[in-house]
Design a protein around this ligand. Sequence first.
Ligand code: HEC
Length: 226
Amino acid sequence: MKSLPIVFCGLFATLALSWAGILWQGQKQLGGLQPMSELYAIDPISNAARIESPQKDEPRHPEEPVGLAQQGKAQYISLGCVYCHTQQVRSQGRGADFERGWGNRQSVPRDYIRQERVLLGSSRTGPDLADFGQRIDSVNQLHAHLYNPQSEAPGSTMPPYAFLYQKRKIALNGEKSAGAIEFRDGFGPAEGYEIVPTRRAVALAAYLQSLKLDYSLPEARLPEKP
Ligand code: HEC
């Protein structure tokens, strides 16, 4: 019975050490990641970055997120889009992300270092959105989809976000407002009315447009263009 405190201390030390080890490993691997130019290459032996063809003013990725897109990210979070959409393209052979056209390269930890909140998501009920900004056809179509997913993707299980839009009477001269959404036949509002995005919808669309994996990193290069 005398050795009970020692056993307890030993147990505590084992748990504390392994916990600290997990934190330290993570910090060592990811904590020091910096934005990088695609001209850098990772040395396969030392794992350190070396410069292939040094040029000082080469842009570094990922870039700082800015402005309206950042406001849109807050909407994306508050509306719960993350429950159905991931933002993490898996490498070839791990899932069919490439085949589905969700990205041209896999996502890597460095892609997220500028983000205060990382929205990896866990459920792929809808398509991955990490590279959505590159496959978007038009902002109008994006709004029509958010207003009523059925209008762009018949049979979709995505909920409509019509409350992000305003239904308004068209002006007496019959001219629609600048931002009014054009719908496919049969999906528009009643005659004489128009649907206009609110500030929230405009910001959300800006955020979705900003999601792009269009740059190479030393550890994840885009495929060479033929
Ligand atoms: C209940 C699950 C669910 C939620 C919540 C949800 N989505 Fe979706 N989303 C889907 C599904 C399923 C699809 C595929 C069918 C379609 O295009 O409508 C989709 C498709 C999309 C697409 C088209 C992607 C592409 O590659 O063409 C975008 C953009 C999108 N969602 C954005 C959002 C945003 C923004 C929110 C939050 C405001 C959201 N989704 C919330 C399920 C969901």
